[in-house]
Design a protein around this ligand. Sequence first.
Ligand code: DGJ
Length: 639
Amino acid sequence: MIQEKNNVFVLSNEQFSYLLRVTDEGRLEHLHFGGPASAEDADALTCQYGLGWGGTVCEKGCQSPETRPMEWSGSGRGDYRETPLEREDGSTDFRYIGYEILSSVVPMQGELPQAQGPAETLQIRMEDTAARLRLTLYWTVFDTAVTRRAVVTNIGETPQVLRKCMSTCMDLNGVYEMTTLNGSWSAEAQRWTAPVGPSRLVNESTVGFSSAQHNPGFMLSEPDATEEAGRVFGFNLIYSGNHYASAQRSFHGLTRVMQGISPDHFRWALASGESFETPEAVMTFSAAGFNGMSKAMHRFINEHIVPEAWRYRPRPVLYNSWEGCLFDFTQGRLMKLARKARDLGCELFVLDDGWFGRRKDDTAGLGDYDVNKKKLPDGLEGLAREVRKLGMDFGLWFEPEAVNEDSALFEAHPDWAMTEPDRETLYGRNELLLDLTKEPVRDYIVESVGHILDTVPISYVKWDMNRNSAALGAKAHRYILGLYDVLRRIFGPRPQVLLESCSSGGNRFDLGMMCFSPQVWTSDDTDPVERRRIQQDVSYLYPLSVMGAHVSASPNVQTLRDTPLFTRGNTAFFGVLGYELDLQDLLPTEEKEIRAQIEFYKTYREVFQYGSFRRLKTVEGYAWQVSRTEPECHIAAVF
Ligand code: DGJ
């Protein structure tokens, strides 16, 4: 619900209240983000304004803007804390013009994906008459979260350049710790907590994608918050490119927190009349500790982020050919695996990599879509038909954003690859990225993937991407907009295709991808001892329904650790279960155990995928619990 009374805006939902006010000077002041509150509480929630002293710059009555909790800040005009918006020349100082309250989501103007579903939106219009810029801020209130975004419009006659434009900015009263999820390939999402102090804490990706290095999601919590008690804020960004978030405590006890696209190399030219729109930031709050916050975020993602056709829809148990076969397969070998997978209880057979063009290994073939007839003489159609005859669905791997130089596509269109003509070419996994800012490139991908989806009975796509970007700044953002255009054009008309996004595991595990992709491959690390930590830390901000989790062979190919099948199964149950190993190697006892695992998972899959998940602290570490109320069911695992 959104209400306005005496210039105070009250946004409230099942989870929290959020209050802001228009000040006498026409700025936006942050009043409250936390437990239930109303417009009548506004005065009690107001921070005492500090007086100017020393070098502070004062406004009338000698009040210093630097001491006030803001909902958006200017730059160079008295509030010298970090600014959410920088233009190339000069300061900014936006003043309130008016507002609207709308009874729905307000659609984005461009390609960026956004949260969907029942919601109300507060839209506040502000203007900086000297800078000739208009700012429209949006707060969209969902049942357990609020999203924020900004639109900046050049209302002058001359072009302008933005160097930074955040999605959200606010000053929270209190002392907090910031927790981020950091890592690398095969070691994603390692939780890191640091006190928010006078030096700025920054969580930022500069690799071109949301990255395994620094996931865009983060938390702020009271220092003594536990899994079950204490005030915890959860933040995220509906975006798959370079992101930025910061937290910094002022001398006056206010924590300024902001989030948006990374300003690293960012320059966005705005011609007269043009607008720039930021991605949506997501925020939630719970006084019931980290589990309370996670529950609110999980529900928000399950109900407002993943595509409608897949909301709360049970996900199939899959078999993936990658770790079992790599590039070494024939139709005969695949069918043997498919038969075994079906006998064990798998519902979906996924052919991962190696099926097209010159793809003998990872040095060749990316960019091409003609099937390798030596491996698959009956084509994809023939293989899919045989798999479906077994009573299983068929899924296929693609890596559409990349090209190998050893491919027909590169030979025909070398200029479609992102390289710098005056520099030595840099490769990641022997590949280059295609320039998705170019329309013909996007059309080629949409037509190539679309044609296969329309001619082969495919119910699942694994969309991989295996290198960091070569694009900087504004081009990096345009690349991501191009990617969203491609995903929308391919999967919008084909909502029944289940998309699992992957980027060398979890290099693009973000809400932007999840708007198209109901599940994401969490990590290439399938060693259950390491996976346990990765899945646990991911669970702070993402639900189990989005985490691809597979049982693989032992010893593990990545870590060489030997683990019991029992442990591998128990870990993968807490996610979307799959199997990824050579099934021909299994002992009869292992086959029996896998059959029992799949049967157990199918019986309780809705509890695992959509139940309420809690991390339980034990003397020795953590245990996990998933629960459902009707019919009541609790499943716990102690690791
Ligand atoms: C990287 C992915 O993370 C793996 O799961 C697999 O799909 C390979 N690419 C295939 O090349």
